[in-house]
Design a protein around this ligand. Sequence first.
Ligand code: SF4
Length: 496
Amino acid sequence: MTPPENKNIIEEHKELIKDVLQAYPEKSRKKREKHLNVHEEGKSDCGVKSNIKSVPGVMTARGCAYAGSKGVVWGPIKDMVHISHGPVGCGYWSWSGRRNYYVGKTGVDSFGTMHFTSDFQERDIVFGGDKKLTKIIEEIEELFPLNRGISVQSECPIGLIGDDIEAVAKKAAKQLNKPVVPVRCEGFRGVSQSLGHHIANDALRDHMFPRFDKAKKENALTIELGPYDIALIGDYNIGGDAWASRMLLEEMGLRVVAQWSGDGTVNELVNGLAAKLVLIHCYRSMNYICRALEEAYGMPWMEFNFFGPTKIATSLREIAAKFDSKIQENAEKVIAKYTPIMNAVVEKYRPRLEGNTVMLYVGGLRPRHVVPAFEDLGIKVIGTGYEFGHNDDYKRTTHYIDNATIIYDDVTAYEFEEFVKAKKPDLIASGIKEKYVFQKMGLPFRQMHSWDYSGPYHGYDGFAIFARDMDIALNSPTWGLVNTPWNKKEAKTKVA
Ligand code: SF4
C-alpha cells in the first residue's frame, strides 16, 4: 500500500504536470497531457502514451528514422561503407557523432568514422539519383577495395522522388559479390529514430539471413560452432561498452561470436545467426531481429542489464542459468572476483553521492537501464522518460522506478526545464541538446548518450568509471561559483 506521504507527493507531481501544461494552446495541451504522468506503485505501466507523432513547434529532442538506422544500427558495422544517400546535411551532422568504438584501420579496412555521401544536387532531385548511386558504388569499390559490403542509407528525398535503390543495390551486389543493402530509412517515415531501428533490423534480416542459409547449406560458414556460442546484440560499444561486457561473458566461459553492431563486422552479422543464444542489451533497437531469429531458426534470446554491480550479478546468473553447471560455477567465480573491487568503488563514492537525486531523459533503453547503477551509489531517480520508447518499454520501466517518479514521454524542452525548476534535482542525465541549458541553470549534468566522452559504463569496469564521473559532476567546486560574490544565493554544492 502507498504510504500517505507518498500519496501527497503523487498529488503534488500531478499538480505540477497540470501547471506546466497550462502554457500550451488547448489542442497541444490535450495532446501533451497524455504523455506525462506520475508512476504509482502496482501499476503495470507508466500510464503514458508513447510512439506517437511529436506536436509541431514544441522543441522535441527526437531524431529521425535515418538517425535510427544509419546512426545507430548500421553505422557501427565497421567493415562496410555506409552511404548517406541524399543531400549533404544528414551525413555531415551524424559524422562520427556517436561514440561507437571499433578497432580497425580507418579508410583501409574500416570506415566507421568516415562520411560517405551522394551529396544530392538539384539535378539529382529532378532527374533521380540512381545512376549517381551506381557510380558511387563503383568508386567505393575502386578506392576502398577492402570493404566487405555497402549499405545505402536513404535520406528524406530518396523516397519522395521515387528512386529505386533496391534495383541498384541488387545489381551491384551481384557484380561485387558482396552485400549491398538498401535501407528505406528516410527521415519522414515514422515518428522518431524508432522506426529507423525497425527498418534497419528488417534490412539486416532480408540481406543476412539468406547469406547464412546459403553458407550453411554449402558448409561454408566461417566459424566452427561450439556449445557456448552467444551473440551479444543491441550493444553499440559506446566508449567501449560492448568490450567491457564481452570480457565478463568470456570470463565465464562463453564465446561471443558476434557483436551487433558496436565493433561489428559483416562476418559477425552472418555468424551471429549460428549462436546458441542471443543476449540483447538494447531491447528497443533490436528486439525485431530477435523475434525474426526466433521465428526463422528457433533461436532463444534474453534481455540483460550490465549497469551497476547489483544488476550485473543478477544478469550473469540469469545468463549462466541458460547453460550447464560449468558456466554457472564460472559465473559465481566472476561475481566473487569482482565483488570486492565493486565494494571498494561503492565504499569510496557512495558517501560522496548518497542522498542526491537525478532526473533522466534519454532514448529507448537507458531511461530505465541505468537506474540500478544510480541506486548502487545511493542516488535516487525522481523523473525519467524516453524520446522514442514504446508501451513495452514503459511497462519494463515499472520494474525499475519508485512510486511518485515523474514520467515524461517525448518531453518538450519547455516541460523538461519546468520539471527541473520545480523539482531541483541534484543531477540531470540526458543529451547534448539539454546539457548546456541545465549547466547554465547551475545544475550538474552528465551526458547519458555519449557518456560525456568518457566510459565505458557497462560491466564491472564500467561501473568504476560511472561512479567517478557522477562524483566529478556532482561534487565539482564549479557549482559553488555560479553566483557572483556580491549577489550570492545559496550555493548548491558539496565540498569536494
Ligand atoms: S529528417 Fe530527413 S533530412 Fe533530416 S536528418 Fe533525417 S533523413 Fe536527413
